[in-house]
Design a protein around this ligand. Structure first.
Ligand code: 5AD
Ligand code: FES
Length: 347
């Protein structure tokens, strides 16, 4: 089949054999792109209309016990200037965010054992008590099932944990030996089983990634059936072992966003900050390729420039309110519209 036929089939059936997916991942021309983006928009509008959901991202600690080779806050990066937000500071971010129209707060950090179970549960339950109409999302890495259960019981609604790559050999090239894809996947299945809305995802163009790896990721996602899929380009960080590796591309990321929208019509799909970092209009183009979520930064200005997973990150100098209005304008320019809503998954 040629790519036009691949796209038609993906649109009508939501799936393709591996070779069709590889063909779409590796070779789409201008016409193929127009076609797949317009189908992706049609499908997203069927379930989500013109709505774009906001997630207020609070990066509350950049301490990390892990040493992932791609990541700027890996423990062996001695140039990272480390910080932690107090519970009070996190709650203040949420109050500010609420006033700006955010109804989802994403608490993200490195894997920082300073925040014990009790601390995380306390933070989550206090946010939920202050803002009962909001969703709380955690993105704090690999924990035990019991810990995930405790956060859920404290009121956490959603959890983001990218698998990064489903292929064990590729996983090993990106991570230190003590981390395994087996445990990562188990975490995701546990989270789903507990009742979280779960987000998984990968980096596009990460070092050593092959098109076959991406297909393996898509197959894993079909098995997991997540509610959210976060993808963005890999971007090198100067103080990591991958400092000289090429970045993922805008095109590859946009292609994969559209493929994901057609394979997972109901998915919550963010146009990520990394996408906005590799191209000034990356997030807008992501929305036009089928994404329906954006995650502006709500972290206090003083720490923003320290949560640097990759070089060149945008929005590090802006106030939350500036990011919020900037985002509103950017999304409006795409013909879609930011809404004040929790933005739950629509089955
Ligand atoms: N480039 C792009 N994305 C990165 N992440 C971590 N490091 C990088 C990088 N160098 C992504 C990972 C992680 C998420 C929080 O950020 O996919 O899961
Ligand atoms: Fe942060 Fe534009 S979204 S400044």
């Amino acid at each position: 089949m040629n790519n036009k036929e691949n796209i038609e089939k993906l649109y009508t059936s939501g799936d393709l054999p591996d070779d069709g997916l590889i063909s779409l991942i590796t070779i789409m021309d201008k016409e193929d792109e127009e076609l797949i983006y317009s189908y992706a928009r049609e499908v997203r509008e069927k379930y989500y209309g013109k709505e774009v959901y906001l997630r207020g991202l609070i990066e509350f600690s950049n301490y990390c016990k892990n040493d992932c080779k791609y990541c700027g806050i890996r423990r062996s990066n001695e140039n990272a200037s480390r910080y932690r937000l107090s519970t009070e500071e996190i709650l203040e971010c949420c109050d500010k965010g609420y006033a700006l129209g955010f109804r989802t707060f994403v608490l993200q950090s490195g894997e920082d054992l300073f925040y014990t179970n009790e601390k995380i549960c306390d933070i989550v339950s206090r946010i939920k008590a202050n803002h009962p109409d909001c969703a709380v999302t955690l993105s704090i890495g690999e924990k035990t099932r019991e810990e995930y259960q405790a956060y859920f019981d404290a009121g956490a609604d959603r959890y983001l944990l990218r698998e990064e790559t489903s292929n064990p050999i590729h996983y090993g090239k990106l991570h230190p030996p003590e981390l395994s894809i087996k445990n990562r996947k188990q975490c995701l299945y546990d989270l789903k089983d507990i009742g979280y809305q779960v987000g998984c995802g990968i980096m596009v163009g990460s070092p050593y990634q092959t098109p076959e790896n991406i297909v393996e990721d898509l197959r894993f996602m079909q098995d997991l059936k997540p509610h959210m899929i976060g993808i963005g380009p890999f971007i090198h960080h100067k103080d990591t072992p991958f400092r000289d590796m090429p970045d993922g591309t805008l095109k590859d990321t946009l292609h994969l966003l559209a493929i994901l929208r057609l394979m997972f019509p109901h998915i919550l799909l963010p146009a990520t900050t990394a996408l906005g970092t590799i191209h000034p209009l990356g997030r807008e183009l992501g929305i036009k390729a089928g994404a329906n979520v954006v995650m502006p930064n709500l972290s206090p200005r003083g720490v923003r420039g320290k949560y640097l997973l990759y070089d060149g990150k945008i929005c590090t100098g802006d106030e939350a309110a500036e990011c919020r209005s900037c985002m509103e304008r950017r999304i409006a320019s795409t013909g879609y519209q930011v809404v004040v809503s929790r933005g739950d998954y629509r089955a």
